[in-house]
Design a protein around this ligand. Sequence first.
Ligand SMILES: NC(=O)c1ccc[n+]([C@@H]2O[C@H](COP(=O)([O-])OP(=O)(O)OC[C@H]3O[C@@H](n4cnc5c(N)ncnc54)[C@H](O)[C@@H]3O)[C@@H](O)[C@H]2O)c1
Length: 365
Amino acid sequence: MKLLITGGAGFIGSNFIHYWLKNHPDDKIVNLDKLTYCGNLENLQSIEKNPNYKFVKGDICDLNLVGAILQENKIDTIVHFAAQSHVDQSILNIDKEGRESNETIQKLFEHSLPYDFVLNNTWGTHVLLEAAVKAWRGEEFRNKKFHHISTDEVFGALPLDDAGKFSESTKYDPRSPYSASKAASDHLVSAYYTTYGLPVTITNTSNNYGPYQYPEKLLPLAITNLLENKKVPIYGDGKYVRDWLYVEDHCRAIELVLEKAKIGETYLIGGLTEDVNNLELINRVLAIMGKSEEMLEYVKDRPGHDRRYAVDWTKAKNELDYKPLYDLDTYLEKTINWYKENESWWKRIKSGDYLKYYKKQYEKR
Ligand SMILES: NC(=O)c1ccc[n+]([C@@H]2O[C@H](COP(=O)([O-])OP(=O)(O)OC[C@H]3O[C@@H](n4cnc5c(N)ncnc54)[C@H](O)[C@@H]3O)[C@@H](O)[C@H]2O)c1
């Protein structure tokens, strides 16, 4: 296969490239990434000289560039990860309190307006779809695939005391500029299947964790703080439920989709079968790392913080034989060990500009 991976320098994309080259060493990969603050080529250092891997710095919104990459590299499979994905940042810009400091933060990241979420996530996906139709229509889409990575956040939120879960038939109800822009991109992908017959598949996945995750997200933040003997910030009462998916299970699920899924189908991918709230999750991390609850620090909540996401991944299990390989504790330990062994990777990120953002975001309640 000849794959175009968009956003391959980010957290999940870089894990996917490692996974794919390890399991499909003869395939060729082009990684198109514009290297926003989350894109980090250090994630791919160990394979940058692999003759089957090529990096192109560029924007998925650039139709000519995407078209040229598809033609020149005879791409037959697109796996589309590129997105602006940090919900806190999409909110920071519209939160009236502390607008001045938020503008400073915005300057630091230079791309955190809700406008950018719509541009990169929705328009960028549209450009990729157009480029794929143009490049592949002549061959009637034979042996071609466009796989779109999306999120369970497009379905909105579930109440805490509810046993319900999101499934493929759940109505879309996005609640942040991020999830609204991802929802729009999902609809575009489906529309290109219906309208042009572009062979698409979509996965909506829950919260990923594992190696190379930017340390502003809950788990890498908690682990790296504890490694530095710093407290772990917990939003509000900590009773927020997410379905935690180890990133390598996610990569395997995408592989299963590419190999077995029916064209035009959507699959939900999750990692858990029972609810685990943030407090319970971090308590497991504390236990594995031999730390006490004194290391927790409750911080003020963010606006519109969704209470619960839970994913029913029965369809992926039944049709693709997908299931997580190990349990949550095993994966947490693996993740903690990775951050222990890769201190220089996260220390560079956590110093400097990132600290300014961190201080603002996690000020004491
Ligand atoms: N992280 C999660 O828990 C999670 C959960 C569900 C779905 N997803 C989805 O998975 C995908 C990847 O998420 P992630 O956590 O790896 O994000 P990330 O922010 O770590 O990586 C995104 C990458 O996309 C690149 N990018 C952004 N805009 C671009 C553009 N216009 N052109 C080219 N490159 C661009 C960035 O430079 C970065 O390398 C996203 O589509 C996200 O919506 C993530």
